[in-house]
Design a protein around this ligand. Structure first.
Ligand code: FES
Ligand code: FES
Length: 153
């Protein structure tokens, strides 16, 4: 199996095909940004992008990413670790509290903004429904996504 993760090509051992994707990313590739919140597809903390679509890694096997381009939160920042404007916007808007939901939330928002760079507040609210946040009450997260939209398109 061959996959690209954060612009780096990986040749994955075929024996890994049936392993849980989230566990594999975290345990074998040391990509620990995706979190295990529920392990059941309910919270979105494990969200990654595969070919620019948001995917709950806890619900997939490694074989799912064969031939795909994967983005995890580790791949969002630019050269020298400069934060992506969407990440910076989360900080500026106070959208990060405990931070557990943040990587998944940012990737869901990123996939959404790639498709819609001029969203309404309601569209943003709807887009992030797969992702739960126990801390913020969501308003700051929506602010952050709205403010970052100008950087897309
Ligand atoms: S850990 Fe995957 S959806 Fe909760
Ligand atoms: S910031 Fe704590 S769960 Fe969202």
């Amino acid at each position: 199996m061959k996959t690209t993760i954060n612009n780096k090509v990986y040749e994955l051992n075929d024996e890994a095909a049936d392993r849980n994707l989230l566990d594999y990313l975290r345990e074998e590739l040391d990509l620990t940004g995706a979190k295990n919140g529920c392990g059941k597809g309910l919270c979105g903390a494990c969200t990654i992008l595969a070919d620019n679509k948001a995917v709950k890694a806890c619900r997939q096997k490694v074989s799912f990413i064969d031939g795909k381009e994967v983005l995890t939160i580790e791949g969002m920042s630019g050269p020298g670790g400069k934060l992506h404007p969407l990440q910076q916007s989360f900080i500026d808007c106070g959208a990060v509290q405990c931070g557990f939901c943040t990587p998944g939330m940012i990737l869901t928002a990123h996939a959404f903004l790639l498709k819609n760079n001029n969203p309404s507040r309601d569209e943003v609210r709807k887009a992030i429904t797969p992702n739960l946040c126990r801390c913020t009450g969501y308003q700051q997260i929506i602010d952050a996504i709205m403010n970052a939209a100008v950087n897309y398109g």
